[in-house]
Design a protein around this ligand. Structure first.
Ligand code: PMT
Length: 404
């Protein structure tokens, strides 16, 4: 039996010459036992006929956002809810731009904005459009938002030019779909893992904020390692430049207050790991207008304490995650301060790291960590942040194994 049998794919066809290859993609998927439902953009219908698509899929083709019958029967939310994966093939430069900016002005873009499912895109466009800085920016955004990307391939294009921009071959897209849908084989299959990462930004006024040097690298590496073990991963992240790891659901936040609210929405979960560098304080009265330099001296900022996200979640009673892991970023008395955080914040394990300036942990690629639990301390490192992540997730997977 095919690995894809009984899966449902929502295929979104946008308007490029490569749309004809989507017909072969549908045929391959149908042969593999997949239910294929299709949304076509208005431009896609200029390249392939909805009748052909309907004949190949054996299903009605969806193309209108404001279709009364569709909205009564199921609605565009239902289209994504019933799918195991959304595949955009071909993904034109225009649709990628809409996705990157959260536009929702037709059925395709609205469904992509409303979905909580993994999205795989197969870009296809003229080589100059593909190499344009705007497309590169949009692609980076989409990856950061968690989209999986296959292709484009390099070769002769329909417009006569040569270079990258050809849509990946249908057989290659099928392999990418199989990987996206069947990689869940690790020790954390069926477990939900919540991870915080990156810095928070605490606004002073509409243009200024207080933050720190966290790059998100350590937290993102942990999210990637958790996803590789098959976990359902929610990565609640402050603003960073690191791309989103594949197979991870991103939740982007700015402030500590936002981060706490986002974490609370992810409960219940089996493991919660707090790798974010959360600002301990925020400005008491965020100015609604830019503070002016008026010659009367510097402004005096008053601070209030931010909520402690880790402590709040660790003391959440019946909603407490099965395993709560905190970090301790210290510049002195590393182990002593980590032990103190372990008990005061109510976590099961603290990953202590020395963040003195010369250690280059904030933003760097290496980390030396100390795993502090009630029963002792394990010293790891120096290791790459990816190795720290893999070893940490391996340890946590063995700890949750016995938990219901
Ligand atoms: O992002 P990188 O550049 O890769 O750097 C990685 C890192 C140094 C940021 C990471 O390894 C790390 O140490 N993260 C925790 C940073 C921190 O804020 O530590 P802390 O000792 O101040 O806080 C202790 C714990 O409480 C942390 O788990 C923190 O996420 C959590 N906390 C702190 C304050 C707060 N208001 N809410 C929290 O949840």
């Amino acid at each position: 039996m095919s690995k894809l049998a009984d899966k449902t794919i929502l295929l979104i066809i946008s308007g490029g010459i490569a749309a004809y290859k989507s017909l072969e993609l549908i045929r391959l998927l149908k042969t593999a036992g997949v239910r294929v439902r299709v949304i076509m953009t208005r431009a896609a219908k200029e390249f392939v006929s909805p009748l052909t698509v309907a004949s190949l899929t054996g299903e009605k083709v969806h193309d209108e956002l404001f279709n009364l019958t569709d909205e009564i029967e199921m609605g565009h939310i239902e289209l994504s809810r019933a799918a195991d994966l959304l595949v955009v093939a071909p993904a034109t430069a225009d649709l990628m731009a809409k996705m990157a900016h959260g536009h929702a002005d037709d059925l395709a873009s609205t469904t992509l904005l409303a979905t909580d499912k993994q999205v795989l895109i197969a870009p296809a466009m003229n080589v100059r459009m593909w190499t344009h800085a705007a497309t590169a920016r949009n692609l980076a955004k989409l990856k950061r938002d968690g989209a999986l990307v296959i292709g484009p391939n390099e070769g002769e294009m329909a417009c006569g030019e040569f270079g990258p921009g050809r849509m990946a071959e249908p057989a290659e897209i099928v392999v990418a779909i199989e990987t996206a849908l069947t990689s869940k084989t690790g020790a954390l299959v069926g477990k939900k893992v919540l991870i915080t990462a990156g810095p928070t930004r605490e606004a002073i006024d509409p243009v200024r904020y207080i933050s720190n040097h966290s790059s998100g690298k350590q937290g993102y590496a942990i999210a990637e390692a958790a996803a590789r073990l098959g976990a359902d991963v929610a990565l609640v992240s402050g603003p960073v430049e690191v791309p989103a790891p594949a197979g991870v659901r991103m939740v982007a936040v700015q402030s500590a207050v936002d981060m706490l609210a986002a974490c609370e929405r992810e409960l219940p979960c089996d493991i919660a790991i707090f790798a974010a560098a959360v600002a301990d304080w925020r400005v008491a009265d965020e100015a609604t207008q830019k503070i002016k330099k008026d010659g009367k001296g510097v402004p005096a900022l008053k601070f209030v304490e931010n909520p402690d996200i880790l402590k709040t979640i660790a003391k959440r009673g019946s909603q407490r995650p099965g395993l709560v892991v905190g970090f301790a970023a210290e510049t002195e008395n590393l182990i002593e301060n980590a032990r103190d955080k372990l008990s005061k914040k109510g976590c099961d394990l603290i990953v202590a790291n020395d963040v003195s300036k010369d250690k280059n942990v904030f933003g760097g690629d290496q980390n030396s960590v100390h795993l502090v639990t009630a029963s002792g301390v394990d010293n790891w490192g120096p290791l790459s942040k990816h190795d720290v992540a893999q070893r940490l997730m391996g340890r946590l997977a063995s700890l949750v194994k016995g938990q219901p």
